[in-house]
Structures are given as structure tokens and as C-alpha cells.
Design a protein around this ligand. Structure first.
Ligand SMILES: N[C@H](CCC[C@H](N)C(=O)O)C(=O)O
Length: 279
């Protein structure tokens, strides 16, 4: 199977052009190729497919083989792939995902995509739709107990579920211990991606993420969007202006246009190498 390894601020996936390759049992393939010792090494597998409703389709799988509904760092790399590898010459493209069609704008330099701006769509705040079990219609700064400690969380879906938790010491967090406790917490029926965040100033938030189905990754695009939305809802950062989200792998610029109620994410996408693997 031919593949291209790509990364968006360190959130790395194996990309397969399914206009040329056929991938049977993608969940199993994701588990196999993601292994950083016996496989290629990645946070998961992303299939680039033809689409009848959009220019292309993105089909994303976490490293545990579970299918994700949306992937922010992944969609930027899909956009780069289809332009740089000659599948399109358009600099504005539509990509169908399990959480709807997303529209992306490419910033091209010397014939290659450098950065991508994605319209990530409207944040979903209704608890039942995220989903988060709560007696409140929205989960804003709500108490949750995990590992015998109480945290305050804000729930946001960007097509996939996120719990944004504000803590004082992001760098020193034992995320390997607390991350799984959130991921499998009974109040998240579909599991959850958890962003452990600290507000640095009224335009900047730092975060680390424990991803559903992948563990700690260096970055999470949908998670960065969730953190920006949660930080605005809690009044921690300015409204109607871009917010910088600082992740282990780099920064993303997030702008929640509350007039249009849609979230824009802007960031880089890089090719690491092309390869072929015998499955
Ligand atoms: N683990 C996520 C999918 C990947 C999201 C993340 N890598 C991003 O960039 O948005 C989930 O199961 O919902």
C-alpha cells in the first residue's frame, strides 16, 4: 500500500490516496500502521477518497482503530495533499467528513501549500449532542470528578466530543494518568477528547490534549477550536478576535465568528515522506 506520512503541528497521520489504492478493514490497518515500533508510526490513518457531494472525502481513524468524525490537523494535510500531488488545481476546496462538508482555503507558496484556513463549522454546545451526560442544557464550567479530584469542564463538539478543562500546571500534568480517566469517564457516552488548558493572556491559551482513541498527541485541531470556544464562553479571552492556541507541536490561530457562528482554524501542513508498506 502506497502512503504519504504528513503532520500538522506534530499530529502525524498516514495518508492513503484511495483514488489509487483500496484499503480493506481500515480500522485494522490504522492499528497496524500507527505502531511506532512495528508499523510506520502515526496518530492514525486518513483515507483520501473521491466524493459525489464535495471535491474530496476524508475518512479518519485513530491509532486504536476507532473512526473519528473530524480531524482538524488532518483536514489541513488532506487539503495540502490534493493540491501538491496534483489531484486539484483549486485553492478553495470542499472536503466531506463524517461531521459534514468543510470548506478550506489554501495559502500556496512556490507551488506548494504552506498554510490552510479551514471553516470548521459551528461549535455544538448542547450537552445531549456532544454528548455529555448533564442535567444542564450546556456544560459550561461544570464540576467533574476524576481520579478523586474535582475539575471544572466546558463541553464543546466540533463534530467530535471535547471536554475543555482549565488547570494551573499544564506542563507538569501527569496526562498519562488523568487522560484515560477522562476518556473513559461515564459522563461521556462516546468517550471524549480532553484538553487540559491554561489561559496565558486574553488572546492566548496553552493546552495539552489526551485524544480519544490515540492518547496524548502533540496537537489536536478540533481540540484547539474547542479550547478557543470554551475560553470565550467563560470570558477568559477576547471575543470577535483570533485566539492563539499553543500546543506541544506548535500554534494554531482560531477565530470564532459569532455573527456567522462558525469557527475558522488556520495552521500549517507538512509532508514528511512518501512510502510503501506490505500489509
Ligand atoms: N481523536 C479524535 C479524532 C482526531 C482529532 C484530532 N487529531 C484533530 O486534529 O482534530 C476523535 O476521536 O474524536
Amino acid at each position: 500500500m502506497k502512503f504519504t506520512k504528513m503532520q500538522g503541528i506534530g499530529n502525524d497521520y498516514v495518508y492513503v490516496n484511495c483514488l489509487e489504492e483500496t484499503v480493506e478493514n481500515p480500522g485494522e490497518v490504522a492499528r497496524k500502521v500507527s505502531d511506532r515500533h512495528f508499523g510506520i508510526g502515526s496518530d492514525g490513518l486518513i483515507l483520501i477518497k473521491p466524493s459525489l457531494e464535495a471535491d474530496f472525502e476524508m475518512d479518519m481513524y485513530n491509532s486504536d482503530g476507532s473512526q473519528g468524525a473530524m480531524c482538524g490537523n488532518g483536514i489541513r494535510c488532506v487539503a495540502k495533499y490534493v493540491y501538491d500531488y496534483g489531484l486539484t488545481d483549486k485553492d478553495e476546496i470542499s472536503i466531506a467528513t463524517k461531521s459534514g462538508i468543510k470548506y478550506v482555503k489554501l495559502q500556496v507558496e512556490n507551488g506548494k501549500v504552506k498554510t490552510v484556513r479551514v471553516d470548521m463549522g459551528a461549535p455544538i454546545l448542547n450537552a445531549g449532542l456532544i454528548p455529555i451526560v448533564s442535567e444542564n442544557p450546556q456544560v459550561i464550567n461544570e464540576a467533574i470528578t476524576a481520579g478523586g479530584r474535582e475539575y471544572r469542564m466546558t463541553g464543546v463538539s466540533m463534530g467530535n466530543p471535547h471536554a475543555v478543562v482549565y488547570i494551573d500546571d499544564v506542563k507538569g500534568l501527569d496526562i498519562e494518568k488523568i487522560g484515560p480517566l477522562f476518556e473513559t469517564h461515564p459522563c461521556f457516552p462516546d468517550r471524549v477528547n480532553t484538553e487540559f488548558s491554561r489561559v496565558l493572556d486574553d488572546h492566548t491559551v496553552e493546552m495539552r490534549v489526551w485524544e480519544r482513541g490515540a492518547g496524548e498527541t502533540l496537537a489536536c485541531g478540533t481540540g484547539a477550536c474547542a479550547v478557543a470556544v470554551a475560553s470565550i464562553l467563560n470570558g477568559y479571552v477576547v471575543k470577535d478576535q483570533p485566539v492563539t492556541i499553543k500546543l506541544l507541536g506548535g500554534d494554531l490561530e482560531i477565530f470564532w465568528d459569532q455573527q456567522k457562528n462558525t469557527v475558522f482554524m488556520t495552521g500549517p501542513a507538512e509532508v514528511v515522506f512518501d512510502g510503501e508498506i506490505k500489509l
